[in-house]
Design a protein around this ligand. Structure first.
Ligand code: ADP
Ligand code: AMP
Length: 218
């Protein structure tokens, strides 16, 4: 099973990819998480990516695709993966098609999670992210049981600097101009499914699961 989650920042991709990873038994691969980890470790990739994440712009060039390709070739992805935050441009979607041919894989489904802009800004401005496992919480919609600590791993929660209102608005603009065209790209391939993201996380999950019941394993 190989599922791509599309949707604007704050739509719930991270939340759903974690739930899907648990229910389908495959890892979540989130390019934003990989970049943030590289930045925290100050690796060459992190140093290169940091100015783009700080500004809310996309990291340019082929590095994101290369990163995804090598991640998907790791042993834990042999049964598939849930992709969160990639592809984010039509160019990346084309590169990804080439990668999939190369590694003899196919896409099961592409899920587009829709949420209106005013709700997205409310979600991003109240989001708290775990430094250790990248789980997300929301101060009103999904508070953690202990203030400042992750329910899943006990890690420390922080507010992503790019969730500030100014950078969040840039990210929404970048999404509309660069990522929204990816929806039509996958619509033409016949693999796209739309899901209403303005429901409880559990309802969004069951909508997704009811649409990804792909062919039984052989
Ligand atoms: P994305 O990965 O698409 O940027 P997240 O999964 O991190 O989005 O969710 C953004 C914020 O909205 C988080 O604070 C999260 O707790 C909250 N959230 C996620 N799904 C829902 C939902 N269905 N209803 C309300 N809040 C949600
Ligand atoms: P996210 O965690 O998905 O909100 O992504 C955070 C940031 O990481 C984005 O604003 C970009 O700077 C960068 N990023 C994540 N995924 C990609 C991608 N597929 N292509 C380019 N940049 C990306």
């Amino acid at each position: 099973v190989l599922i791509v989650l599309l949707g604007p920042p704050g739509a719930g991709k991270g939340t759903q990819s974690q739930l899907l990873a648990q229910s389908l038994g495959v890892p979540k691969v989130a390019t934003g998480d990989i970049f943030r980890e590289a930045i925290a470790r100050e690796t060459p990739l992190g140093v290169q990516a940091k100015p783009y994440l700080d500004r809310g712009e996309l990291v340019p060039g082929p590095i994101t695709t290369e990163m995804v390709k090598s991640r998907l070739q790791r042993e834990d992805c042999r049964k598939g993966a849930i992709l969160d935050g990639y592809p984010r441009t039509v160019e990346q979607a084309r590169q990804f098609d080439a990668v999939l041919r190369d590694i003899h894989r196919g896409l099961s489904k592409v899920i587009n999670i829709d949420v209106p802009d005013d709700e997205l800004l409310r979600r991003l401005s109240g989001r708290w992210t775990c430094r250790k496992c990248q789980s997300t919480f929301h101060e009103i919609f999904k508070p953690s049981k202990n203030v400042g600590a992750c329910d899943r791993c006990g890690g420390t929660l922080y507010q992503r600097p790019d969730d500030s209102i100014e950078v969040a608005q840039t990210r929404l603009r970048v999404y509309r101009t660069r990522t929204e065209p990816v929806i039509a790209y996958y619509q033409e391939q016949g693999v796209l499914v739309h899901v209403d993201g303005q429901q409880t996380p559990d309802s969004v999950l069951s909508d997704i699961l009811s649409r990804v019941q792909v062919v039984a394993p052989s």
